[in-house]
Design a protein around this ligand. Structure first.
Ligand SMILES: [Zn+2]
Length: 244
């Protein structure tokens, strides 16, 4: 998908979520940020934090510890690390352990979201994640007895069912004809966005989403509902942990 541009950087991770290394040319370079011609680093967004990794060039290593989204995508180098000059061809590697954990966690949150909507009709109001732990907020006036165990069991049943997780890009109009997309994203996708990326846990949950996901639910591992917090009227926060 050649349209996956952020500023001058072609985003590779949107169409290939398993890509962990790539070559690119440095377009801009300061100790505050490095701009590459192409990048598989997830820049952060939708609750999923940015990737970490390294750039290798002429025998030198530049660690990447974050990403700033501006007119371009700025890879933030570790403090004190040398930065490659403009025009350098770099070998880049995304830190696999962190990214793979974030993919499992992000897909796990979508399973949770799908289960809670299907079984309780509750909508998500917010969420955030770290590798292998996450929280998700729901609009839910009453918490029924046995809710925590029931949700956990239902999530793990969906994982064992090994549902496919498909990613596709649809024209805006077509995307918003999917009833689930209207539920989760009508107000979140800016009007000027013409193509909408859809993450579909087939048979469970369909959302407009820019994050990176595993290919099927079994790859998530196990979901534990660690805690349910009450955050005021009708506002429940579920904390989950992901394990093997
Ligand atoms: Zn998501």
């Amino acid at each position: 998908m050649s349209t996956d541009l952020h500023g001058r950087t072609q985003r590779l991770e949107l169409s290939d979520q398993n890509l962990r290394s790539f070559e690119a040319v440095v377009l801009d370079s300061t100790p505050e940020g490095i701009v590459l011609s192409r990048s598989a680093f997830y820049p952060g967004g939708g609750g999923q934090p940015a990737d970490h990794g390294v750039l290798l060039w002429l025998g030198v290593e530049t660690r990447i510890v974050g990403i700033r989204k501006g007119d371009d995508l700025y890879l933030i180098p570790a403090e004190g690390d040398p930065v490659p000059p403009v025009g350098t061809v770099v070998e880049a590697a995304v830190e696999d352990e962190r990214r793979s954990a974030l993919m499992r966690t992000h897909s796990g949150l979508h399973v949770l979201c799908g289960v809670v909507f299907r079984d309780y009709g509750s909508l998500v109001t917010g969420g955030n994640m770290e590798p292998l732990s996450a929280r998700m907020d729901f609009n839910m006036p009453e918490v029924p007895p046995g809710f925590k165990e029931a949700v956990e069991d239902a999530c793990n049943a969906e994982i064992l069912a090994d549902r496919r997780i498909d990613v596709r890009v649809l024209p805006r109009k077509e995307a918003f004809d999917i009833p689930d997309i209207i539920r989760t994203a009508t107000n979140l996708v800016p009007e000027e966005v013409e193509d909408v990326r859809i993450v579909d846990i087939v048979g469970l949950d369909t959302q407009a989403d820019g994050g990176t996901h595993v290919a099927s639910t079994r790859q998530i591992g196990r979901i534990k509902v660690a805690k349910i917090e009450s955050k005021g009227r009708g506002f429940r926060r579920l904390r989950i942990a992901i394990s093997d």
